[in-house]
Write a protein that binds this ligand. Structure first.
Ligand code: 9MG
Length: 268
């Protein structure tokens, strides 16, 4: 899953016309690089980011959805607003990626009658304040419990299980220690909750803390995290650097398949 941010801070000139052009060019580049899903977001979810009015979010994402809906790749919309979900689905979006786990009133109800996929993410607090004092007694248990409950709520609303995936929400109200615990137990979380898992680790502050590098220099650290997540069973990885990730996964996959063939040969 390639990240396509359409927030003013993701464009050097901040202008609306050039931001649409830039978004389309970025999406074309991701498609050439082998992306499977494009995740379009119009509200910054970085720690400390203020919320944007719903009208502004719609103005940012809708032109991009219309421009890309026939590009041949599934479109995911990163939003926590039911109004944006509704318009995005009517415009042909294939997936809704909600960092708020579809807790907004009416969001699950409106998705019931569509056939789009849902990514249910865990977040403690709100983006503006979530990194001030994250606290858990048992981070793995609490995040898994939340995801299980939200999946049950989605199923009870009439959304079929094939449409759901879960995400522990790395960096969303979590310290480095919390993130590392969740990363090390991803496979276990997937089995406990019983849903396919999406992991977003790309360029996150945990990579910065472990490498001492600023966001623009976190590609190598992000690739290591992605490969670890996939080894743990993650089915979708949300990344900024699509070409590098596709290459890293191709090598990892070839080596894993060869290792499996060897094991099978030795056990015959
Ligand atoms: C929008 N967004 C930013 N980081 C994310 C992550 O880790 N997972 C998902 N699902 N969405 C994210």
């Amino acid at each position: 899953m390639g990240v396509l941010n359409v927030t003013p801070d993701s464009f050097s000139d901040g202008g609306r016309f050039s931001s649409l052009d830039t978004a389309i060019t970025q999406a074309e580049h991701m498609i050439e690089s082998g992306v499977d899903i494009i995740d379009i977001g119009g509200e910054s979810t970085r720690p400390g980011a203020p919320p944007v009015p719903v009208e502004e979010e719609l103005k940012r994402v809708m032109p991009v959805i219309y421009a890309l809906r026939d590009a041949g790749k599934p479109l995911s919309i990163d939003t926590r607003r039911p109004e944006v979900m509704r318009e995005a689905i009517e415009a042909g979006a294939d997936m809704i990626n909600d960092i708020n786990g579809f807790r907004a009133e009416g969001s699950l109800r409106l998705l019931r009658d569509s056939d789009c996929a849902l990514c249910i993410m865990h977040m403690q607090g709100e983006p503006q304040t979530m990194q001030q004092a994250p606290h858990y007694v048992d981070v793995f248990g609490e995040v898994s419990h939340f995801l299980m409950q939200r999946c049950e709520e989605a199923l009870a609303s009439g959304i079929s299980r094939q449409r759901l995936c879960i995400d522990p929400g790395f960096g969303f109200g979590k310290t480095l220690d919390h993130n590392l615990t969740l990363l090390s137990r991803l496979g276990e979380m997937q089995s406990v909750v019983g849903m396919p898992l999406l992991a977003g680790l790309s360029r996150k502050s945990m990579i910065g803390k472990l490498t001492g590098k600023p966001a623009a220099e976190r590609v190598a650290g992000s690739l290591a995290a992605v490969l670890f997540a996939v080894q743990q069973g993650a089915r979708i990885v949300r990344v900024h650097d699509v070409a590098d990730t596709v290459d890293a996964l191709a090598v990892w996959q070839a080596a894993s398949s060869a290792a499996q063939r060897n094991t099978e040969r030795l056990t015959q």
